[in-house]
Design a protein around this ligand. Sequence first.
Ligand code: PXL
Length: 279
Amino acid sequence: MSKEKILTVQDISCVGQCSLTVALPVISACGIETCVLPTAVLSTHTAFKAGWTFRDLTCDIEPISEHWSKENITFKAIYTGYLGSREQVDLILKLIERHLEKGGAAIVDPAMADGGKLYAGFPADFPDDMARLCAKADIILPNITEASLMTDSEFKSEYDEEYILNLLSKLAKLGCKKIVLTGVSFDPNKLGVAVYDCASGNTQYYFNDKLPRMSHGTGDVYASAFVGAYMNGKSVYDSAALAADFTVRTIMATMDDNDHWYGVKFEKELGYLIDRLKK
Ligand code: PXL
């Protein structure tokens, strides 16, 4: 079995172009063997109207991990996204200890909130559990809502650089090594990311022109492209920039279709992603 494989741990939303149905094709397109551990199975993601089904798969995590241990299965990176329950945090911490290769990367997208609010179905104190997972990560990829919830900070939709630097330094205190904070904007026409090195306190930004449409599922598209680029040997900053460019293109590929509100047509831009990785 190839050693150059990664594991991604997140839900399967059967319809909705998010989580595993994005991570698997995007990271695979980057040429990386992508193994999966589903945290839950939902009929759709939770931004659809009430009525979605939810099968919690917490009970499967430990038996799966035990079998992998017997087979000596390890991963070069473990990338986690949307979790099915708070109990999964401790199970995933164990999973990282058992199955992440020495020198490998634990990459955590604390996918749980946006627009100032937790996603439907999460208890109000779930960010505390997610913060425990972020504490052990090499790289975390929160948006501003998730960052504010995990650091007990006020959520602001309008802010200055001081607010962002304060969020970054509070996130660093959780214990992670690098932070890619998404959805950062200091200019109404620009949107981008802040890349923070927790050891040095160095911050770098990357911006694109802001598009006149907010799209669902772009956090997962972004994190998956980031992981794909990073596993191809790009730096954290270059991976963050490449993922931003890819995500912008997926939004543009969806803009002419008003019925396609639930996700972005990332499939149309996989060729671009593959070409960019060759550069
Ligand atoms: O895109 C994040 C996400 C992942 N998984 C599920 C979700 C969401 C966002 O709403 O509901 C189930």
